[in-house]
Design a protein around this ligand. Structure first.
Ligand code: DAH
Length: 458
């Protein structure tokens, strides 16, 4: 506990009083000549005040400003004296040199007690700045060189250099000390829990597309893309879809208004990417093409925009066997089950011959459809998941390839449907509502990059 007669407290208040008194005195003398002893005592009181922590950082600058006025004051008289010189006067050079040495000693004194770079800069500007008495003195000395003598000018320059060197040295040490203090106070506690950052999720469709790309990449398939605004040659004609095919009707397809060389449509399926790949890449070809497609359709199970993934293999000696193995391998990896059973049903697509629709077997477990096993088993069923077939020779021909040399298979399926089947989502429209609660629930972490080794859906 401290008491009124605690010697430390007494010393502190005494030092504070002294500092205050000297500063007041210096402020009062203003332009009057302040004796050097006053400056020295003012600075040492300031120093003491600092040491005893009774002078605050904000006070130092103010007190120092008063002191610096006292330091500069004698220079004004010297300046006037030089200005009035019209002939050399014996001893005037020595007088000036003396005055300058005192000035530089006093300046060094205040510089040394400054505690912040800003105060140091302020004091420096006041004592040495463009409008300071010191600068005016230097100028005047230059003009009256022959009256004051070269020695005085030399002393003036040495003073300037000394003050500048002191300034730089003090500034560096203040900056180093400030940095030191900052480093000491700004500690980083690595053990504190991290602030929660709001993160988004990866949409199930993006996730499934990534999973599919991963699975097919493992089988040597590259990812190909095509435009969503397609011409009717790529979307229909080259795919052997006749003029009369219902898919070409206005009420099924979004046509673009305006004059175009070929009628333009929002692609109705990803199959035109087959054409774009075959016309731009020499076979052998192994690609998948995931992407958005558009149809004029909207109800609980159809949205005007949805997602498909296309597959295409063009090579020599490709058979239906290759197609079946590829689809089986893909579906096993995708559903992460070895007991996937496929059923290929004969079907019709204009761009494949023969064509097959592919069903997977499932069983009902607790009222839920679970993919796996034969659909013919007790309590089971078949679910259509894909359209596929051997690429029609007319399609191969349309792309400028010889169908007797190159054959292949193709398949196409809905990504949204695959996502719903795997992750148990039952309303297609929710995919496109942008409801944050749904996305939080069904979305995937951005760090959950699908890998085959990790189980693609993990
Ligand atoms: N393009 C078809 C559709 O949108 C799907 C399809 C069926 C794609 C058979 C194919 C295929 O590549 O061989 O319904």
């Amino acid at each position: 506990m401290t008491t009124d007669n605690d010697p430390t407290q007494l010393a502190i208040s005494k030092a504070a009083d002294e500092a205050r008194k000297v500063a007041e005195k210096l402020a009062a003398v203003n332009s009057a000549v302040a004796p050097t002893t006053d400056i020295v005592s003012a600075v040492s009181s300031l120093e003491r005040g600092l040491r005893e922590q009774v002078v605050s950082l904000s006070q130092i600058g103010d007190i120092a400003k008063d002191i610096s006025r006292g330091i500069s004051a004698p220079l004004e008289d010297t300046l006037k004296r030089i200005q009035s010189l019209t002939t050399p006067i014996a001893g005037v050079g020595d007088e000036i040199s003396k005055q300058l040495s005192v000035f530089s000693a006093n300046t060094a004194l205040v510089q040394s007690v400054m505690q912040t770079t800003r105060d140091l800069q302020n004091i420096n500007a006041a004592l040495m700045g463009k409008n300071s008495g010191f600068q005016a003195l230097l100028k005047e000395l230059g003009k009256k060189r022959e009256f004051v003598g070269l020695d005085a000018i030399k002393v003036a320059n040495i003073s300037r250099q000394t003050i500048e060197a002191n300034y730089s040295a003090n500034r560096e040490s203040l900056e180093a000390a400030a940095l030191e203090a900052k480093l000491a106070s700004e500690t980083l506690d690595m053990t504190l829990p991290v602030d929660g950052v709001a993160t988004g999720t990866v949409h199930p469709i993006s996730q499934v597309m990534d999973e599919l790309a991963e699975i097919f990449a493992d089988m040597g398939f590259a990812v190909a893309t095509g435009p969503e605004i397609e011409d009717d040659w790529h979307n229909f004609t080259a795919l052997n879809i006749p003029e009369t095919h219902p898919a070409r009707a206005m009420h099924d397809t979004f046509y673009l208004a305006g004059e175009h060389e070929r009628p333009m449509v929002l692609r109705t399926h990803t199959s035109p990417v087959q054409i774009r790949t075959m016309t731009s890449t020499p076979p052998p070809i192994r690609i998948i093409a995931p992407g958005r497609v558009y149809r004029s359709d909207s109800d609980a199970t159809h949205t005007p925009m949805f997602h498909q993934i296309e597959g295409l293999v063009i090579d020599k000696g490709i058979t239906l066997g290759h197609l079946k193995w590829t689809l089986e391998t893909f579906l096993k990896a995708y559903f992460e089950r070895d007991d996937i059973v496929l059923r290929l049903r004969p079907s019709y697509f204009p761009f494949t011959e023969p064509s097959a629709e592919v069903d997977v077997g499932f069983t009902w477990i607790n009222g839920k459809r679970v993919i796996g096993g034969s659909g013919d088993a007790e309590g089971g069923g078949w679910m259509e998941v894909l359209g596929s077939g051997m690429v029609h020779r007319r399609v191969i021909e349309a792309c400028g390839l010889d169908p007797d040399e190159w054959q292949g298979f193709a398949f196409g399926t809905g990504v949204d449907r695959l996502a719903m089947l795997k992750y148990g989502m039952d309303d297609l429209r929710a995919f496109f509502d942008g409801d944050l609660r749904w996305l939080k629930h069904y979305g995937f972490s951005a760090l959950d990059v699908p890998t085959l080794s990790g189980g693609v859906g993990a």
